[in-house]
Ligand binder design. Structure first.
Ligand SMILES: C[S@@+](CC[C@H](N)C(=O)[O-])C[C@H]1O[C@@H](n2cnc3c(N)ncnc32)[C@H](O)[C@@H]1O
Length: 290
């Protein structure tokens, strides 16, 4: 089985060595990815057929009534359950880094942050990474563009922030914030949400936008959404797999029409979609519509 799935290579009769993939799986962050796949997502996937049968085969659209709750015998959302299981938060954060490092999500690397952020004075906020987990995206942006001015702020839930132990760039300010409450940082140049909108059904996405908008400065602040923008047809296997995984938590991957409808109806206009050549994610750049 290990050889058939490419984790080991058969070098002779009953003789095996680790393949490149096998060697990667020795790294802690890739092991965490497996733990999240098996302990978080697989139980929900297993319950998806019976959940769908019980709801008349409708797409789940409520984060607290989805296959996840059936699979984990809970009434909590995925992030609510993480609050009770700190070891899972550590694995989840490590898995997110692994997903970036493996190149699945890496549009951040191909995006011209110096053009998007531009010149920001030292006391002003250049970028807030909302729901930014352990700060790995901010770290990448600052590594790629160390000359960017202004402040860089990481926000996430208290239980996730409590686990931020990686060696963060000293310029990153680590704070707690629940994105279903009003955004406390006013007038930042960029508010960035990666892999956030795909975690939530559309009504919750609206709540996130409504809690952000009053803090944005018209004509200056930008909203950046980093997610897979699924094509109307011909979605890749990877995009489809992540879509199904999101379905188990009551959410979905979205296509361009869905993002346009969401953003336009909440008073935003899309300025650009920075598409990745290599990864499955894109970065949607939007501003408040005038
Ligand atoms: C799929 S992860 C994406 C993390 C990070 N943005 C990245 O791209 O690696 C979703 C993140 O949203 C955070 N989150 C969930 N609910 C939240 C809330 N209500 N307020 C703030 N962050 C939240 C989680 O803790 C988690 O770090």
């Amino acid at each position: 089985m290990l050889t058939a799935t490419g984790i080991t290579v058969e070098t002779g009769t009953h003789h095996y060595v680790l393949s490149r993939l096998g060697l990667l799986l020795q790294e802690k962050k890739y092991q965490s990815m497996m733990i999240v796949a098996f302990d978080v997502h697989l139980p929900s996937m297993m319950k998806t057929p019976s959940f769908l049968a019980s709801t008349g085969w409708k797409n789940p659209d409520d984060a607290s009534k989805a296959p996840f709750q059936l699979g984990h015998n809970t009434d909590k959302t995925i992030f609510g359950l993480f609050a009770e299981k700190p070891q899972l938060v550590e694995h989840f954060n490590a898995a997110l880094s692994a997903v970036s490092d493996a190149g699945v999500y890496n549009a951040v690397l191909e995006t011209p942050w110096n053009d998007i952020i531009g010149r920001v004075d030292s006391g002003e906020v250049a970028m807030v990474d909302v729901g930014g987990a352990d700060g790995h995206v901010l770290r990448q942006v600052l590594e790629l563009y160390p000359d960017l001015g202004g402040r860089f702020i990481l926000q996430d839930l208290p239980d996730t922030i409590a686990k931020v132990s990686v060696d963060l760039n000293k310029r990153i300010e680590v704070t707690t914030h629940d994105f279903f409450t009003p955004q406390p940082v006013k007038g930042a140049r960029v508010y960035h949400y990666r892999m956030i909108f795909h975690d939530w059904p559309i009504d919750d996405c609206r709540r996130i936008l409504r809690n952000l908008k009053p803090s944005m400065k018209a004509g200056y602040s930008k909203l950046l959404i980093g997610d897979s923008v699924v094509p109307e047809s011909g979605a890749s296997l990877h995009q489809s797999l992540i879509d199904m995984t999101m379905m188990t938590i009551g959410a979905e991957e979205k296509n361009e029409t869905q993002f346009r409808e969401l953003l336009t109806s909440e008073g935003f206009s899309i300025v650009n979609i920075w598409r990745s050549k290599y990864a499955i994610d894109s970065i949607i750049e939007a501003e408040m519509a005038i």
